[in-house]
Design a protein around this ligand. Structure first.
Ligand code: G16
Length: 543
């Protein structure tokens, strides 16, 4: 079969963001757009001839078409084998699991995560390395540089490959192996958690509801929660992955997972609720009428880790992204293990895990995971919680309140202003940076500013430096306000304001987070001149 070399011209906008290249579907459908980016990946990673690649996505609109394009290009670029999930499906953590288990030369994951899908929705593509984790900044920058100079790409003129039956097909010199997307992942989960204890919890009347949000985790949740753990079939809702996610926004938070939230806060509510996102790496945890903040969830999993068989030997360390609350730091201190503070983006955890410095990682953006793979992992977090609940036999709320009583409560919230004009968003960030000198030492009521900076990080393993990772206003009493522009949106800019204050007094732990953070919210609006500059008086999403 003849390799066809296609002449192309570069696109200037193929810079990967927080997690790969994310654009609207029409952008990806431009002639050569996807091909150019894929060739830039292949040229950058320089896989040896005959190498194996993993390929799959979250099932969103354009997933199947993109997989056919990538398979033909992989064959033309000298790969020997591609492991592709049946139907083109692989959740992000499952892709990471498969890369690691079969020691492949990394994988390509097609997803725009929690962003909506459909013909006018979002699409995305990213490369994960041989450790199963997102490419480091050095690699994504090299891919971007290559994309700006690309003059040709290689493909094969062959018919599409059947993706809906397990088995092998030859594509030129390459073998396409269609694999069960769930089996390897489910086996890994079974090795980490006490499935017997969870089975006994669920058979004893403890009711759960998992919302797959019409996204990729449906088949995984059915196999693990229903088939292997014995939960009733209706414990998993919206379980069939749809190309447009049923017209939904597959982001597991209180705003977009409202169907689940209404059930869990309604009459005859289940004991436990959870949701995952488009590609299965995020999670939201709920008790009956109770929301678990993702930062608290990380701290709680850390504090209870030894209850799960896979973590009985203890944790090497914990890592959290800078805007994530410091709740996990308190647990790390009590356990006598290090806690690392990294920039936003799972790719920053990879080196720490590979070097054995941390076992658990987490982010405020509904991401939690461990060194079992190199991605955050939604169902893993759900199973960890079920394992803890099975061992402790208390309600979710009781477990969280006990945790606060022991460690104090880090009141925490994130306010997102989505789809604002990029210029205005950049203007707010510039204003804040220009105000560092005048803000330092400033007094706002009982709060005094101790330090302001633009967060920078030096990777303790390879020494690489990442700057400009978010404006921090740190107060003398430990409270924090952080401003950051999202790196995952596809339209305009999204400004995120992260707010945190620490409350040791158990008598105040019942307060609503917005109430407890009201002073900080006021300061954030004042110093950023937000209302004047972007003309909004309310965030789009509060979590
Ligand atoms: C991605 C990254 C996460 C990051 C999140 C939010 O998640 O993998 O590490 O925390 O984006 O990023 P931003 O604040 O820049 O929008 P996902 O689930 O979208 O892949």
């Amino acid at each position: 079969m003849q390799v066809r070399t296609v002449a192309t011209t570069p696109f200037t906008d193929q810079k990967p963001g927080t997690s790969g290249l994310r654009k609207r579907v029409p952008a990806f459908k431009q002639p050569h757009y996807l091909e150019n980016f894929v060739q830039s990946i292949f040229d950058t990673i320089k896989a040896p001839a005959g190498a194996t690649l993993v390929l799959g996505g979250d099932g969103r609109y354009y997933n199947r078409e993109a997989i056919q394009v990538i398979l033909k290009m992989a064959a033309a670029n000298g790969f020997g084998r591609v492991l592709v999930g049946k139907g083109g499906i692989l959740s992000t953590p499952a892709a990471s699991c498969v890369i690691r288990k079969y020691q492949t030369h990394g994988g390509i994951i097609l997803s725009a995560s929690h962003n909506p899908g459909g013909p006018d929705g979002d699409f995305g593509i990213k490369y994960n390395g041989g450790n199963g984790g997102p490419a480091t900044e050095g690699v994504t920058e090299a891919i971007f540089a290559r994309s700006k100079a690309l003059a040709e790409y290689r493909t094969l003129d062959v018919a599409d490959v059947a993706l809906d039956e397990l088995g092998e097909t030859a594509l030129g010199q390459m073998t396409v192996q269609v694999i069960d997307p769930v089996a390897d992942y489910a086996e890994l989960m079974e090795s980490l958690f006490d499935f017997d204890a969870i089975r006994s919890l669920l058979s004893g009347g403890f009711r759960i509801k998992f919302d797959a949000m019409h996204a990729v985790t449906g088949p995984y949740a059915r196999e693990i929660l229903v088939n292997r753990l014995g939960a009733p079939a209706d414990s998993v809702m919206n379980a069939v992955p749809l190309p447009d996610f049923g017209n939904g926004h597959p982001d597991p938070n209180l705003t977009y997972a409202h169907e689940l939230v209404e059930i869990v806060y309604g009459k005859d509510a289940p004991d436990f609720g959870a949701a995952s996102d488009g590609d299965g790496d995020r999670n939201m945890i709920l008790g009956r009428g109770f929301f678990v903040n993702p930062s608290d969830s990380l701290a709680l999993i850390a504090a209870n880790a030894k209850l799960a068989p896979g973590y009985r030997q203890g944790l090497a360390g914990i890592a959290r992204s800078m805007p994530t609350s410091e709740a996990a730091d308190r647990v790390a201190e009590a356990l006598g293990i290090p806690c690392y503070e990294t920039p936003t983006g799972w790719k920053f955890f990879g080196n720490l895990m590979d070097a054995g410095k941390v076992t658990l990682c987490g982010e405020e953006s509904f991401g939690t995971g461990s060194d079992h793979v190199r991605e955050k992992d939604g169902l893993w977090a759900v199973l960890f919680w079920l394992n803890i609940l099975a061992a402790r036999r208390q309600s979710v709320e009781a477990i969280v309140r006990e945790h606060w009583a022991k460690y104090g409560r880090n009141f925490y919230s994130r306010h997102d202003y989505e789809g604002i004009p990029t210029d205005a968003a950049n203007g707010v960030m510039k204003l804040l940076k220009d105000s560092f000198a005048s803000l330092t030492g400033a007094q706002f009521g009982h709060l005094q500013v101790k330090l302001c900076d633009d967060f920078g990080y030096t990777d303790p393993v390879d020494g690489s430096v990442s700057t400009g990772q978010g404006v921090r206003i740190l107060f003398v009493d430990g409270s924090r306000i952080v401003f950051r522009l999202s790196g995952t949106g596809t339209e305009g800019a999204t400004l995120r304001i992260y707010l945190e204050s620490y409350e040791p007094d158990v008598g105040k732990h019942h307060l609503d987070a917005q109430e407890a953070l009201a002073t900080l919210i006021g300061i954030a609006l004042q110093v950023s001149e937000l209302k004047q500059r972007i003309g909004r008086d309310k965030p789009t999403v509060i979590t």
